[in-house]
Design a protein around this ligand. Structure first.
Ligand code: ASP
Length: 597
């Protein structure tokens, strides 16, 4: 190799020894006589000194060097002269006195600084991803990703799981998203689909007797790229036979706890992971993926509001709605503009508006509250007692602000869930060093489609109903709970999974309930149903999203920061310029003709 050591590993112990190093010029300083090069490789940076008195030729080569040139040098490790040490650098006590130097490849001036973590427009970063990935922050993220995946593999291997690869060219599996299709050359007019997840494949592996399977699996979903999604992403896909819900949850809890404690011991975990039913999560946090790093729980004020003379509240309740709220601590003095912002947010989510009640700004307790201290359009329609009761229910104190929404129950929960998230963010309530994992359980098995009103699976059609709810499948499908669980962390859904149906009879019944005709079932799922008739074991699994986990551990804001070559917000790869046009010949081979739209 061109190098005997990596740049970052050299320290006092190497003083006096000869080393050969290679890497990139991070920075060059020409001090008249001496030239200093900060030489960078994956492991760090070391200072190299070019002294014309030691090697004139070398010094001349160094004067040609510029940032991002690839160079190799050899020389002797020396202690830096007193007063010139750099305590910020792990190699800051030493330097390498160059005796030989070669420019292996020059570099154009990069479009952005590689040696500084400055803000760069994302389009430029993605176009020059190979330069972006050269930056310390991105190298750290990729290394972290590697460690996470390695940890998962070792952890599951030690517990008897085996990794099995499943095909990328497969058949369309209805899992809620749109498929990416691949036209077949050999079968004119037919298409493969890229897997949205290996769901049915892993179930077939259970029928095949694998018992404990996992895969670091790429999944493809052609969704509108809203909310930090990627067209292709990576899941830890996992399935086990002869298990119950509890077995999967405890395995996953142990996996994540030990992963964080090993890889990111400085981060704070909440142990054991709390478990919330779907109903409880919606009631208390207005979402099935609550950020549990802070409180601000939603309180139901409907009974108090019903007693008031405020028509907004009364009419919402009369129409079967709810009046609920949260408390924003210390926000009683919010300005007109701040109220307007919150009101706009609430309206953009579909609510009529936000009712705010400021609880004075003076110190004291709620007992000291007087009508004069209240600031609210609703104040004259509420008695002081009613306000105090509302404040108590929301755990509010003097100086706090009550944020109240009235309307249809689901809408009120959703809007307050978003408002809670917004206030948590504004008030910086979430500890960025904490990972608040929680399991959400007892999901409804089905939901009604917004537009169609037809039954849709809450998770996917393979999830088993809870045994005790089975009789309700015919009479009250909306009340049936599924054996479906999610893992959430810091307001993100990290994993979803379920105990599956393993009887073809029950699976057929669910497909029928979901509106599939017998022909569709045969065409789309015939292979699975047939397999279930050959001794399918009871089984279940889960699929945590690797990108999101690494994002949380890296404390990044988007999954694009932890994926080597992500697509941008409009599903384009800017490095390659994909998607791109193809030739007429390619289309013809695939039996395709483009439509003029
Ligand atoms: N295949 C499911 C998904 O990708 C996860 C699972 O049920 O294991 O969401």
């Amino acid at each position: 190799m061109l190098k005997t050591h990596s740049c970052g590993e050299i320290n006092r112990e190497h003083v006096g020894s000869q080393v050969a190093l290679a890497g990139w010029v991070d920075r060059r300083r020409d001090h008249g006589g001496l030239i200093f090069i900060d030489l960078r490789d994956r492991e760090g940076i070391v200072q190299v000194v070019f002294n014309p008195e030691i090697s004139k030729a070398c010094h001349e080569i160094a004067s040609e060097m510029r940032n991002e040139y690839v160079i190799s040098i050899s020389g002797e490790v020396a202690v830096r002269p007193p007063g010139t040490e750099n305590p910020k650098l792990p190699t800051g006590e030493i330097e390498v006195i160059a005796k030989n130097a070669v420019i292996l490849n020059p570099s154009k001036t990069p479009p952005f600084y590689i040696n500084e973590d400055t803000e760069v427009e994302e389009g430029v970063r993605l176009k020059y991803r190979y330069l972006d990935l050269r930056r310390a922050r991105m190298q750290k993220n990729l290394l972290l990703r590697h460690r996470v995946i390695k940890f998962i593999r070792d952890f599951l291997d030690a517990r008897g799981f085996i990794e099995v690869e499943t095909p990328i060219l497969i058949k369309s599996t209805p899992e809620g998203a749109r498929d990416y299709l691949v036209p077949s050359r050999v079968h004119p007019g037919k298409f493969y689909a890229l897997p949205q997840s290996p769901q049915q494949l892993k179930q077939l592996l259970m029928v095949a007797g694998l018992e404990k399977y996992f895969q670091i699996a790429r999944c493809f979903r052609d969704e509108d790229t809203r909310a930090d999604r990627q067209p292709e992403f990576t899941q830890l896909d996992l399935e086990m036979s002869f298990v119950e819900e509890e077995d999967i949850l405890s395995l996953i809890e142990e996996l994540f706890t030990s992963m964080v404690e090993t890889i990111k011991p400085e981060m704070r975990l909440i142990k054991p992971f709390p478990r919330l039913s779907y109903a409880e999560a919606m009631e208390r946090y207005g979402t099935d993926k609550p950020d549990l790093r802070f409180g601000l729980e939603i309180g139901d004020l409907s009974d108090i509001a019903a007693q008031s003379s405020f028509s907004v509240f009364r009419s919402a309740i009369a129409e079967g709605g709810k009046v609920k709220g949260i408390c924003a601590p210390g926000c009683a003095n919010y300005t007109r503009a701040q109220f307007d912002e919150l009101n706009k947010l609430v309206q953009s989510l579909g609510a009529d508006g936000l009712v705010t009640i400021s609880l004075g700004s003076s110190a004291g307790t709620l007992d000291d509250l007087t009508t004069e201290m209240l600031k609210s359009v609703a104040a004259k329609f509420l008695t002081l007692e009613q306000v105090k009761e509302m404040a108590k229910r929301l755990d509010a104190n003097m100086g706090d602000l009550l944020l109240i929404v009235a309307g249809k129950p689901k809408l009120v929960d959703m809007v307050l869930g978003e408002l809670r998230q917004e206030m948590g963010h504004r008030l910086k309530l979430a500890d960025s060093n904490a990972l608040a994992f929680a399991f959400i359980v007892d999901f409804p098995l089905l939901k009604q489609g917004d537009k169609t009103g037809e039954w849709e699976p809450m998770h996917h059609p393979f999830t088993a109903p809870r045994d005790e709810d089975m009789p309700l499948l015919d009479s009250a499908p909306q009340k049936v709970r599924g054996k479906h669980y999610d893992l959430v962390c810091n307001g993100c859904e990290i994993a979803g999974g379920s105990i599956r149906i393993h009887s073809s009879e029950l699976q057929r019944k669910i497909f029928r309930l979901l509106g599939y005709s017998d022909e569709e079932v045969k065409e789309l799922f015939g292979h699975l149903l047939e397999a279930f008739d050959y001794g399918a074991p009871p089984h279940g699994g889960i699929a945590p999203g690797i990108d999101r986990i690494v994002m949380l551990l890296a404390r990044e804001e988007t999954i694009r920061e932890v994926i080597a070559f992500p697509k941008n917000q409009s599903a384009a790869d800017l490095t390659f310029g994909a998607p791109s046009l193809v030739t007429e010949e390619q289309l013809a081979e695939l039996h395709l003709r483009l439509r003029d739209e």
